[in-house]
Design a protein around this ligand. Structure first.
Ligand SMILES: Nc1ncnc2c1ncn2[C@@H]1O[C@H](COP(=O)(O)OP(=O)(O)OP(=O)(O)O)[C@@H](O)[C@H]1O
Length: 912
């Protein structure tokens, strides 16, 4: 027991350091809205500065001045990064922010390796060998210093954010940047100060931890992971939960050491547990108002030009056959990195899931393939297949959290889980054969010996073929329906669920395919030497794969090719170090790559590949090349200028297509006893209603009456709703939103929830697509292409959307966007249509047209329509019946003219 207590007390040093770094992360997040993945690396640089100056290291200063300078270096680095990079990222996508801080981490890491090397340095306790005794256990002065500093900074930060103007400005900027800007709050003073504070805390933590863990570039940089896990629990805002979890983590790890638990388990399991707890507390769909509106990275069309493919393939094969073995090795590196980059494109570029696990997946694929060869003696192809399949299974496990966690939190979760894979499998001597490694048999495919030692060119050609097939598969995916699903989920999860896309299914599909590509890369490369080695599949490898793919262009296969060609050990690096004889330049290349990541994130976050495209079109403009008139140009001439008044609405000649199998007048949607509460607020209280095919029922009521919440409850967007909901005679109470949509419940949202970065056509096609799970695999080979069908064509014509079909939705005016939302809804052929304030923001004549359209949804489409609307004129002119809600309860219902005359209704609207 005493020993256990002692180990717990020893763990307070590490725990305090986690808490300190995590506090810095919280300060930076509260001050600038950015999660700083380079926090550990900043601390590491501050620690090296301290070690350089400290008399116990390689300097001559006593501890306190050296500590002060080390902390000052951390502070300066934090401020510098804000000034040079972060202040330009305020309107960037979440991914650009994550990659920028990861890029800074890589930069600092490579600078430290260049200057200090990787050998560990140890120090004696900084504050002497003094100690105090607590209940028989010993606490050293160093541990005490860490704890006191953590406590003091915890109190200081609480007061700063609660009591000072700077803290209040920071809260205002985080919660509502537009409103804060409107009252003149500038983000920069809070940004600079909190980044400086973050840097100081990181350096403090790093320096105080040197006597405990030693000083190496990698270990201190990776302290960011447990610190992130601690911060995650307090959602990066809570100061005391962060400190408590940081300390608990350190203590738990120390106690586990007492039980002689495997070091891999100690370093990964505790915070994997925290991550699991956070995942369980997440939600399957984001709540109302939680959908991101920031611009997402651009994505290519997925079109493939056979001539380009043929030229590249020819060049690659010629190079690998004609040039030296070092070139073959560089080509193999390029192909393997290219496959990893393709895996990032699928999961991050297309599906929008910031995942940092590609190297762990590749390592696992390599591990299974190598063991299948060495232990089971299976043939090359079977081993590669097994490696790929097992990576897919692991990918589904790592992707599991993505169903409930999103954005930057997912980056932390995947980082944590991939560190667990690295520690528990790839670095375990019992698994990987220790110093003997895993001896594998030679690669033979269809009778051709591919042994890379004897035939490096053959193996290189094989790798290039696999890369080319992977690239074609990813392009196919983009053009198929599963690619559209990914993009819909990336753009708007609530919108995707409303048209029947399984958000969880799409995310898992993307994770599986991405893991398959990474696993394939690993499985093939396991055979490049006679002894397979897994030590290179580190978290840093995952981070640089993500960063360089984003630099290349995360939405473009060409971006992956760029990343592969310029990767470490790839063809460009080989050319520079071998052909130009500049091998000493390697360390500088690593530093240059880190700088490139930062530059691209600030100036062209869509990727370098788009810069090339822009240069090509500039050249095409300046060179006297005869160009064909473009279809777009012809279209522009034919179409009236955007924004011009089109005169009176033309008479409609086509009707909306009738939904099959719905008989007018039969009940479609029946709800009883619906009740929704948010904490102590009862938003909807015992509401019952029945909707029949062909009728329009209005729902009116003052602001906050519970109208939207009722719609959410009926359509499955409010999972905690009580009561029964029947749709066409079937109890659908337990079904999630996307399954209700598939049964024929269509809805619109107050803020539309369109897929803003897709065209109107792609928005409609997403609703029209089949929901087959098979398409995730089929699209890789045979993407199914289709266009609007007859019914949606008619809807588009009625809604006058033809000229907008290929316009990106974000570029349309609000009225057109509303029409696009209705076209997307009609594509679902819904039997029940639930419209949430669809006429808001329309002018008088637009409102009349919209009212006619809502009627047409009932009269022509044959659907049962529930119309939530504030405009009483629209309600009176359109609805057969009206339900009035007030404080969540039905206070009246019946024909509009009667209901709107009732005194209770007038009182609810106008007050007594
Ligand atoms: N996520 C939430 N958390 C807590 N309270 C909520 C949440 N969503 C809605 N509410 C509360 O539930 C009640 C009903 O809100 P709801 O948005 O459904 O009303 P509404 O009639 O649609 O209002 P409006 O006409 O302004 O859109 C309000 O008191 C609102 O503050």
């Amino acid at each position: 027991m005493t020993e256990l207590w002692q180990f717990a007390l020893v763990g307070l040093a590490g725990g305090g350091a986690y808490a300190l770094i995590a506090l810095g992360i919280v300060a930076v997040y509260r001050g600038s809205g950015i999660l700083n993945f380079s926090q550990g690396a900043i601390g590491m640089i501050g620690s090296y500065a301290f070690w350089d100056l400290y008399e116990g290291g390689r300097g001559s200063l006593p501890v306190l001045p050296a500590l002060a300078i080390g902390v000052a270096v951390g502070t300066a680095l934090g401020m510098l990064f804000y000034l040079v990079i972060v202040r330009f990222l305020h309107n960037s996508s979440e991914m650009a922010k994550v990659v920028a801080t990861l890029g800074f981490m890589l930069l600092l890491q490579s600078v430290a390796v260049k200057i200090y090397g990787t050998q560990p340095h140890l120090l004696k306790p900084l504050f002497g060998s003094g100690k105090i005794t607590i209940f028989g256990g010993i606490v050293t002065h160093d541990t005490l210093a860490i704890l006191l500093i953590t406590l003091a900074l915890g109190i200081g930060l609480s007061l700063l954010f609660r009591r000072t103007r700077l803290g209040m400005n920071a809260t205002a900027l985080r919660e509502n940047p537009q409103a804060a800007a409107a009252i003149g709050v500038s983000p920069h003073p809070t940004g600079i100060i909190t980044w400086g504070m973050g840097g100081a805390m990181a350096a403090f933590a790093g320096i105080l931890l040197i006597p405990v863990t030693g000083l190496t570039p990698g270990a201190l940089t990776l302290l960011v992971l447990p610190a992130m896990a601690a911060g995650l629990v307090g959602r990066f805002v809570g100061i005391w939960p962060t400190i408590a979890v940081g300390l608990a983590l350190g203590v738990l790890q120390s106690v586990m050491r007492e039980f002689e638990i495997n070091s891999g388990i100690i370093s990964s399991v505790p915070f994997a547990l925290i991550i699991i707890a956070v995942v369980l507390g997440g939600s399957a769909l984001p709540g109302r108002g939680e959908t991101l509106t920031r611009r997402l990275p651009r994505v290519g069309t997925g079109r493939l030009r056979p001539a380009t493919v043929a030229i590249w393939a020819g060049v690659a094969v010629a190079v690998s056959v004609l040039l030296s073995p070092t070139w073959a090795s560089a080509l193999i590196n390029t192909a393997v990195f290219g496959l990893l980059a393709l895996s990032v494109i699928v999961v991050t570029g297309y599906a929008g899931q910031i995942s940092v696990a590609s190297a762990a997946l590749a390592g696992f694929g390599a591990f299974v393939a190598a063991r299948s060869s060495s232990d089971l003696g299976l043939p090359f192809l079977v081993c590669v297949l097994l490696g790929t399949l097992s990576a897919i299974v692991l990918g589904l496990l790592i992707g599991g959290p993505a169903v409930r966690v999103r954005g930057v939190n997912l980056a932390i979760v995947t980082l944590g889980l991939s560190l667990a894979v690295e520690n528990l499998i790839l670095l375990q001597p019992t698994m990987t054969g220790g110093s003997d490694g895993v001896v594998i048999s030679n690669a033979t495919l269809f009778g051709i010996d591919l042994n890379p030692a004897a035939y490096p060119d053959r193996f290189a050609v094989l790798c290039l073929i696999v890369l080319a097939l992977g690239a074609v598969a990813v392009l196919n995916l983009r053009r198929g329906e599963s690619g559209r699903r990914y993009l819909a989920v990336r753009a708007n999860e609530r919108g995707a669920a409303s048209v029947g896309v399984s958000v969880a299914g799409a995310k898992l599909g993307a994770f599986a395919i991405s893991a398959g590509l990474a696993g394939l890369a690993g499985a093939v490369s396991a055979f490049r030497f006679n002894i397979a080695d897994f030590s290179s599949y580190t978290v840093f490898h995952s981070i640089s794969t993500l960063a360089f793919t984003v630099v290349g262009g995360v939405g473009y296969v060409a971006g992956a090719v760029f990343a592969a060609v310029t990767a470490q050990g790839g063809v460009v690096a080989n050319f520079v170090s071998n052909d130009l004889n500049l091998s000493s330049i390697d360390a500088w290349l690593a530093i240059g790559s880190g700088l490139l990541v930062l530059d691209v994130m600030v100036r062209t976050p869509d990727g370098i590949i788009l810069q090339f495209a822009a240069m090509r079109s500039h050249l095409a403009r300046v060179l006297p090349v005869k160009r064909r008139p473009s279809a777009a140009g012809a279209h522009a001439k034919a179409a009236p200028e955007a924004g011009t008044e089109a005169g009176p609405e033309p008479e409609r000649t086509t009707a909306l297509p009738r939904v099959s199998g719905v008989t007018p007048g039969t009940p479609v949607l029946t709800a009883s006893g619906i009740r929704v509460t948010y904490g102590s607020t009862v938003a909807v209280d015992d509401v019952s209603l029945e909707l029949k095919a062909g009728e329009v029922v209005g729902v009116v009521g003052p602001n906050g009456a519970g109208k939207t919440t009722l719609l959410d409850a009926l359509t499955g967007f409010s999972p905690s709703a009580k009561g029964t909901v029947e749709f066409r005679g079937r109890d659908i109470g337990g079904l999630p939103a996307h399954l209700r949509a598939r049964l024929g419940m269509g809805r619109t949202f107050q803020n539309l929830e369109l897929f803003d970065d897709l065209s109107v056509r792609e928005n409609i096609l997403t609703a029209l697509d089949s929901r087959s799970r098979l398409s995730y695999a089929r699209d890789l080979v045979l993407p199914r292409r289709h266009d609007l069908n007859e019914a949606t064509g008619a809807a588009v014509s009625i809604l006058d959307l033809e000229k907008d079909l290929d316009t990106v939705v974000a570029d349309l005016p609000q009225g057109r966007r509303r029409m696009a939302a209705i076209a997307r809804l009609v594509a679902q052929e819904p039997a029940a249509v639930l419209l949430d304030e669809p006429a808001a923001g329309l002018n008088g004549s637009e409102r009349r047209t919209a009212g006619e359209l809502f009627r047409a949804l009932a009269d022509e489409l044959g659907a049962a329509v529930l119309l939530v609307e504030h405009n009483i004129d629209v309600v009176a002119a359109t609805c057969d019946r009206v339900i009035v809600l007030d404080h969540g309860r039905t206070i009246a219902s019946g024909p509009p003219a009667d209901v709107l005359r009732e005194p209770a209704v007038r009182e609810a609207y106008l007050g007594r």
